[in-house]
Design a binder for this molecule. Structure first.
Ligand code: NDP
Ligand code: MG
Ligand code: MG
Length: 327
């Protein structure tokens, strides 16, 4: 059983009298900054001039250029886009790091794949919320929190885990539970999960499910409901009641058809390819490909996104969503 930390395992006073610099005021950064401040801890924001700087200022934070914020802080939370982090690290963070600073990442990508190499005289920890940034704030405000993972990569001060748990508590994460992991496990499972299942596999399954019906001559609108729209309802059942709960919540016919045909369609060959894709994550090939793509201007990403945007399924979906919202 995984080691799970709760509120009682974390001590907020570890951060009293300390300054936490949140670097980036975007999807995660804003939520972390607001939550941590509401937990009574001194928070400053480090960001470049622009929209999010203005917002952070409006919301009452002292805002500094990234390097200045790093200089003033005891704990820095690196909440910049993953692909931006290595250059900001080299130019603005590393030159200003003090001995004994706690460096917090929300995703292990850059450390795991060696794109950021922190010096030996700082603590390096991971607090990875397992939810979108909006939920990180909404749940905190509701008096609860989203689950998260915690890991220690480097423990220079001897207090790395205590500091990480304190910041996790300040964000409400220990109210639900914070699972102990490693940078490698968090990074690899995050990528493998989003590629094979959440973003990649699911998207392709929905697209093929829709296309098969349309190519067989059924009306696209009907196909959209059957292959895509109802997927939400099935996921809600799984989320609330588990796999068996979902199976017991559909008709007997759906249960029998699903259990017999599912493994025929998504067969061992698919599983074998999932393992191949996972191997490309584990051996760093995927990270290398993505960093090259990003540095080259991300043309392929743009093209692939446009293909989805311009596909028939999206036009049908747009119309039906308007209909369902009564527009
Ligand atoms: P965002 O894309 O929302 O971060 C954007 C922020 O970074 C903005 O404030 C932006 O400022 C600032 N920024 C961008 N470039 C620079 C720069 N060169 N110098 C200074 N500031 C800059 O990031 P996320 O919140 O999505 O991700 C942050 C981290 O959290 C990542 O490690 C990610 O993997 C992790 N994470 C994210 C989740 C999510 O829900 N999105 C979930 C779990 C983990 P500006 O407005 O000026 O562009
Ligand atoms: Mg993820
Ligand atoms: Mg991810």
């Amino acid at each position: 059983m995984a080691k799970i930390y709760k509120d009682r395992d974390a001590d907020l006073s570890v951060l009293s009298g300390k300054v936490v610099a949140v670097l980036g005021y975007g999807i995660q950064g804003r939520s972390w900054a607001l939550n941590t401040r509401d937990s009574g801890i001194k928070v400053i924001v480090g960001v470049r001039p622009g929209k999010s700087l203005e917002l952070a200022r409006q919301e009452g934070f002292e805002v500094y250029p990234v390097g200045e914020a790093v200089k003033k802080a005891d704990v820095i939370a690196v909440l910049l886009p993953d692909m931006v982090q290595p250059s900001v690290w080299m130019e603005e963070i590393a030159p200003n790091l003090k001995r004994g600073t706690t460096v917090v990442f929300a995703h292990g990508f850059n450390v795991r794949f060696g794109l950021i190499k922190p010096p030996n005289n700082v603590d390096v920890v991971l607090i990875a919320p397992k939810a979108p940034g909006k939920a990180v704030r909404d749940e905190y405000v509701r008096g609860w929190g989203v689950p998260a993972l915690v890991a220690v990569h480097q423990n220079f001060t001897g207090n790395a885990l205590k500091t990480a748990l304190a910041l996790a508590k300040a964000n409400g994460f220990t109210r639900t539970g914070v699972i102990e992991t490693t940078f490698a496990e968090e990074t690899e499972t995050d990528l493998i999960g989003e590629q094979n299942v959440l973003v990649g596999g699911l998207l392709q399954l929905l697209r093929y499910g829709f296309e098969v019906m349309v190519e067989l001559g059924y009306q696209p609108e009907v196909a959209y409901f059957e292959a895509i729209n109802e997927a939400k309802l099935i996921m809600d059942l799984i989320w609330e009641r588990g796999l068996t709960g979902m199976l017991l919540g559909v008709s007997e016919t759906a249960r029998y058809g699903g259990l017999t045909v599912g493994p025929y369609v998504i067969n061992e060959d698919v599983k074998r390819r999932m393992k191949e894709a996972a191997e490309r994550v584990r051996n760093g090939e995927f990270a290398k490909e993505w960093v090259n793509e990003y540095q080259g201007g991300a043309q392929k990403l743009r093209r692939l996104l446009e293909q989805v945007q311009n596909s028939q399924v999206e036009r049908v979906g747009d119309e039906l969503r308007k209909l369902m919202r009564g527009k």
